[in-house]
Design a protein around this ligand. Structure first.
Ligand code: HEM
Length: 277
């Protein structure tokens, strides 16, 4: 029979520390189930033959988070005003950008990360989309997630378009003139869209305020909602195997005896018009 020895003082202290750390975690889990949810998200099963290309979605997510964090910092110092500063004769918005870049502690870094990060975000989204396309991962049952992805891509590009005007310099102004005029040539909705984006007949203070609101409230809100939905579907449907795998997307599902995990949808053969299974 094993004899239980008395725990040492160090062991007791360690046990106490563990209880102290776990108390808030257990408190939250008991009342919300959130910790279990996060654990399920982080430790869910994925196919054994996935590869590095399947991390591009997470890379795009990281790029988006960098944009969100640096954007919040920039918003604390940026002034979206097209008015002229009477002391210098220069636009207030442009001056606030110069202040961030030249005078704030590490402001150049935060602004640089946000500016370059915008391109990185778009490039990663395209690479991720290319991977999904080449792996056939847009096929049944993931068509809806592809559509949500396309909406995220459109929103991402709108973020770029609205953000480009904010420095309120010559490049920003004329790029926006071109962008709005292009939108204006769309059939039926074009003229209305151009008018909506300008906020009047001319590009001016109204346009800047409008673009700022779209850039830091409306579009990021929509992107966050869409990413949440996107990830929900990734978890619900599971990640696809590469095309060279026996379980590749679009193949007939392999008969599997193991019980499905709760909440996980297994692709099943679906009837096509004409009766073919
Ligand atoms: C902010 C942009 C996006 C983020 C953060 C994101 C995130 C993710 C993540 C983390 C995954 C799972 C693992 C992986 O394949 O990387 C995934 C899968 C997927 N994404 Fe995206 N995604 C984005 C944009 C897009 C776009 C633009 C499309 C297509 C138009 C798309 C379509 C899909 C599809 C169909 C899947 C399922 C792939 C599979 O099961 O293998 N996503 N996404």
């Amino acid at each position: 029979m094993a004899v239980r020895r008395k725990p040492t003082k160090a062991e007791l202290r360690r046990q106490k520390m563990e209880e102290l750390v776990m108390y808030p975690v257990d408190w939250l889990e008991e009342r919300s189930g959130l910790i279990g949810g996060v654990r399920y998200f982080l430790f869910r099963n994925v196919p054994a033959d996935i590869n590095w290309m399947q991390t591009l979605g997470s890379a795009a997510l990281t790029a988006f988070l960098v944009q969100a964090i640096t954007g919040v910092i920039l918003a604390m110092y940026y002034t979206p005003s097209a008015a002229t500063d009477p002391a210098t004769g220069k636009p207030v918005a442009w001056e606030s950008i110069v202040n961030i870049t030249d005078h704030l502690f590490m402001g150049w870094l935060v602004r640089g990360m946000h500016r370059w990060g915008a391109s990185v975000f778009i490039i990663l989204m395209f690479l991720h989309m290319g991977r999904v396309f080449l792996f056939g991962a847009y096929k049944y049952p993931r068509e809806l997630n592809w559509i949500i992805g396309v909406l995220i891509l459109v929103m991402g590009m709108m973020e770029g378009f609205t953000g480009y005007l904010l420095p309120w310099d010559q490049t920003a102004y004329w790029a926006t003139v071109v962008g709005i005029n292009l939108n204006g040539t769309a059939p039926f909705l074009g003229p209305w869209l151009a008018q909506f984006l300008r906020g009047g007949q001319e590009i001016g203070g109204e346009t800047l305020t409008r673009f700022y609101s779209l850039h830091m409230l409306v579009i990021p809100g929509a992107i966050i909602a869409l990413i949440t939905l996107h990830l929900y579907l990734v978890i619900r449907l599971g990640v696809t195997s590469p095309p060279w795998s026996k379980d590749a997307a679009g193949r007939e599902p392999v008969e599997d005896e193991s019980p499905a995990r709760a909440g996980l949808t297994r692709p099943v053969p679906h009837a096509e018009p004409g009766g073919r299974q």
